[in-house]
Design a protein around this ligand. Structure first.
Ligand SMILES: Cc1cc2nc3c(=O)[nH]c(=O)nc-3n(C[C@H](O)[C@H](O)[C@H](O)COP(=O)(O)OP(=O)(O)OC[C@H]3O[C@@H](n4cnc5c(N)ncnc54)[C@H](O)[C@@H]3O)c2cc1C
Length: 391
């Protein structure tokens, strides 16, 4: 039986493991973290990704764990509510689209695969030889027929095989930071937002979550910092948000205490080809669309399905490229477009956005305007016709 190693046990890794097993491959997954990473932020599943989730038999479980968000409310610097928007419109969701916490989805995918996939936690690949021999930080060397890099935007497998990530990174001119904070605003399946020119702060609490997530995004030239120095990153966030009113000072204080602090540039990964020799990339490792696209999770799920299906039915990595590339291109195009609406550049543009949101429910052409917001995402999410990959 063909022996496949996957690096990374997040959405792309576990979903790829599932489909490879279903096609009869022997699968090992190596994950750097000591266990499956639960928690995290909310992510969307749309279009073709929902079809894949359904083919995995997970649709009901995903719906049962949906965030059930109700509304998003914008506040001014003094805490006065400015306008309230339906949560689905705020998140660019239409029809059957589902929103779920990333960790909940990861747990569902892990539970589906844990019995017949070998998982190795707390380890990482250190070398991949041309003959498929893989060396690890902790485990003994082993030989594999194929190595799948599903280890995220800062992929280790990609670095070992294709070289330094700077060659593949397209910076979108913004930073993002997210962490868990106490739900001091008493939010119930709702999102509170404060936006100033170039800086946006959000805090939300989803169904069955007694705490809240704080999310900050701001425009910035590239920053130089140590990726392992979390205290320094918290300082950079505080500097970026300095002078912003509303609840931001309290949220920054809470962020200082957070033990799940996330900080990164908003960037995409672009490679001309996702495979080389015995290595192939899936999910953010190969084609990160950035959190601004809202489609990273869907790309990972669809990518996993297409990669395993093409390998199993003879298309190989060429088939994977051919089937998936237009879908990736369409979804990556959302990132630079969406970020302009998430972090507004000027006070005038901010005023215009808030006024439009306030008036939208009362405008005669509102359906057309809503379509202008949700249409591009829906079209990109459906920009692939999935094969059945029966064999
Ligand atoms: C703040 C934020 C908000 C987001 N919001 C959305 C959203 O609203 N909608 C949406 O669809 N997507 C969103 N995304 C993107 C989404 O989370 C990812 O696109 C999606 O999880 C697919 O990721 P992945 O599995 O390819 O990589 P990741 O989720 O990054 O997982 C990579 C895995 O590899 C592991 N790993 C890393 N290095 C190694 C190593 N050396 N060895 C072994 N394992 C390793 C990591 O521990 C991790 O488990 C967001 C992302 C972020 C960061």
């Amino acid at each position: 039986m063909t022996n496949i190693l996957i690096s990374g046990a997040s959405i792309a890794g576990t979903a790829t493991a599932y489909w490879l097993r279903r096609h009869g491959y022997a699968v090992t997954v190596v994950e750097r973290a000591p266990a499956i990473r639960t928690g995290g932020y909310k992510v969307d599943l749309r279009g073709a990704a929902l079809q894949v989730i359904e083919r995995m038999g997970l649709l009901d479980a995903v719906r049962a764990r949906a965030t059930d968000m109700r509304v998003a409310t914008y506040y001014d610097a003094s805490g006065r509510p400015l306008t309230t928007v339906d949560a689905d419109l705020f998140g660019g969701r239409t029809g059957p689209d589902a929103e779920i916490m990333r960790g909940d989805l990861n747990e569902l995918l892990y539970d589906l695969t844990r019995d017949d996939v070998e998982y190795i936690f707390d380890d990482s690949i250190t070398g991949i030889a041309e003959d498929g021999t893989v060396t690890f930080e902790r485990s003994r060397p082993r030989a594999f027929d194929l190595i799948v890099g599903a280890d995220g935007a800062h992929s280790n497998v990609r670095r070992l095989t294709f070289g330094d990530e700077s060659a593949f990174t397209r910076d979108l001119g913004h930073y993002i930071s997210i962490c868990t904070v106490p739900n001091t605003l008493g939010l119930d399946r709702e999102e509170a937002v404060h936006a100033t020119a170039g800086r946006t702060a959000n805090v939300y609490s989803t169904r069955q979550d007694t705490r809240a997530k704080a999310l900050f995004m701001w425009s910035s030239p590239p920053l130089t910092y140590d990726h392992r120095d979390v205290a320094a990153q918290k300082n950079l966030l505080a500097q970026a948000m300095d002078g912003v009113g509303w609840q931001v000072p309290a949220l920054l204080d809470a962020a200082r205490d957070a033990d799940d602090f996330y900080f990164d540039s908003v960037a995409q990964i672009h490679l001309d080809r996702w495979s080389k020799g015995r290595v192939v990339l899936v999910g953010d490792a190969g084609y990160c669309a950035s959190p601004a696209s809202g489609q990273g999770t869907s790309l990972a799920v669809v990518g996993a399905y297409v990669l395993a299906g093409e390998l199993a039915t003879g298309g190989g990595t060429d088939g994977y490229e051919r089937e998936l590339r237009p879908f990736v291109t369409a979804n990556q195009a959302l990132g630079p477009a969406n970020i302009k609406g998430m972090v507004i550049g000027s006070r005038a543009a901010l005023w215009f956005q808030l006024t439009m949101m306030r008036l939208l429910p009362h405008l005669p052409g509102r359906n057309r305007m809503i379509e202008r917001i949700t249409g591009p995402i829906a079209r990109a999410a459906n920009a692939i016709t999935l094969k059945t990959y029966d064999h």
